[in-house]
Ligand binder design. Structure first.
Ligand SMILES: *Cc1c(COP(=O)(O)O)cnc(C)c1O
Length: 385
């Protein structure tokens, strides 16, 4: 049976873009580990494929699957999340300007500021939760708005629909990095975004075993341009990675449900804990954009940021004591992780920008996994002492 967009997310996650292999009936899309394809005669290809940088059947299944989950017509996969981001930046020309969310992923910030600035593309940081600030920064040189929501690590939520109103009719591309929410919790294209970006390394992969990225769009013109850059630059994923991701997306909805459930319980436990100054989690009513989050997302996700009472010493002590929460960068895997943004993931963000955002020495970020929640709470309990 063909899957349609009316089918449930879980049904689409398992079936979209995939069908049993016509020659063997294999239910899983095979790993077409091939670089090239035999032609009947010069230029007369047998199927749809001639060279795997351009296209490969395993990758094509993944691209169709991810596009479907985001409610988009076209998907493109890349060797990493930052490779996908770079492809969007290559749509721009020297002299163009970008409005970039002020607490985007550190590697995104680095790519915009330290690689593309050299090519004459100017990047201006904006707090995307402040619509007036976004409006006031718009001018005819702005060609791209790039935002994340929720952000990393402050979990600020930007109003995608309202920002898309600002870009409409202005020849400005709105790109949303949906890595934290995943297509299960939020679909930026439906809210007016032109391009959705993912680091599939995180929740989409979900098992901390591969690096990858993806772009999804509904716009055929944009798709052709992005696909041309994908082909020309060649930052495509390996075929084994594509297979692993096809395996992962089949459980994305189940994993996300548990990530959300566990995170909500842990947020409730930490909120008001005597050793915790503050918990930032979009599911808490104290979160400044809680209502917007409720409207824009179907769940609040597995990411959480807490301020520990004290300073560097206290937060470091906690990170040394947790056992199930492993001290590591990255996020979105089945296993829980804990990290110190000022020292680890956000060390490359200049100190004054970190201070402005609130990334202080007592800030700790949790990626809540899908272990038993009571065990996770007990782990945090002993680590906080
Ligand atoms: C990790 C991450 C990226 C970069 O992805 P890589 O796969 O590491 O290249 C981009 N955006 C967000 C929000 C991320 O968490």
């Amino acid at each position: 049976m063909e899957v349609t967009k009316n089918h449930d997310f879980g049904t689409r996650a398992i079936h979209a873009g995939q069908r049993p292999d016509p020659t063997t009936g294999a239910i899983m899309t095979p790993i077409y580990q091939t670089s090239t394809y035999v032609q009947q005669s010069p230029g007369k290809i047998i199927g749809e494929y001639d060279y795997s940088r351009a296209a490969n059947p395993t990758r094509a299944a993944l691209e169709a699957n991810l596009a479907d989950l985001e409610g988009g017509r076209y998907g493109l996969c890349f060797a990493s999340g930052v490779a996908a981001t770079g492809v969007v930046l290559h749509l721009l020309s020297s002299g163009d300007k970008v409005l970039l969310g002020d607490d985007v992923y550190g590697g995104t910030n680095r790519l915009f500021h330290r690689v593309f600035t050299q090519l004459g593309i100017e990047t201006v940081l904006v707090d995307m939760t402040d619509l007036d600030a976004v409006k006031s920064m718009m001018d005819e040189r702005v060609k791209l708005i790039w935002l994340e929501t929720p952000t990393n690590p402050m979990l600020k939520i930007a109003d995608i629909a309202a920002i898309s109103e600002i870009t409409k009719g202005n020849d400005v591309i709105l790109a949303v990095d949906n890595t934290f929410a995943t297509p299960y919790l939020q679909n930026p294209l439906a809210l007016g975004a032109d391009i959705v970006c993912h680091s599939t390394t995180k929740y989409i992969g979900g098992h901390s075993d591969s690096i990858g990225g993806a772009l999804i769009t509904n716009d055929p013109g944009l798709y052709e341009r992005l696909k041309f850059i994908q082909l020309s630059e060649g930052a495509v994923p390996g075929i084994m990675e594509c297979f692993l991701l096809l395996r992962s997306t089949k459980t994305l909805h189940v994993r996300m449900q548990r990530h959300c459930e566990n995170a909500e319980k842990i947020a409730a436990y930490l909120d008001g804990h005597p050793k915790v100054e503050k918990v930032i989690y979009p599911g808490l009513e104290s979160h400044p954009q809680h209502e917007l989050g409720k409207r824009q997302m179907s769940g609040f996700g597995g990411m959480m940021t807490i301020y520990i009472k004290g300073g560097l010493e206290e937060s470091q002590a906690m990170l040394e004591k947790t056992r199930f929460f492993a001290c590591a960068e990255s996020l979105g895997g089945v296993e829980s992780l804990i990290e110190h943004p000022a020292i680890m993931t956000h060390a490359s963000v200049p100190a004054d920008q970190r201070a402005k955002l609130g990334i202080s020495d007592n800030l700790v970020r949790l990626s809540v996994g899908i272990e038993g929640v009571d065990d996770l709470i007990a782990d945090l309990d002993q680590a906080l002492g």
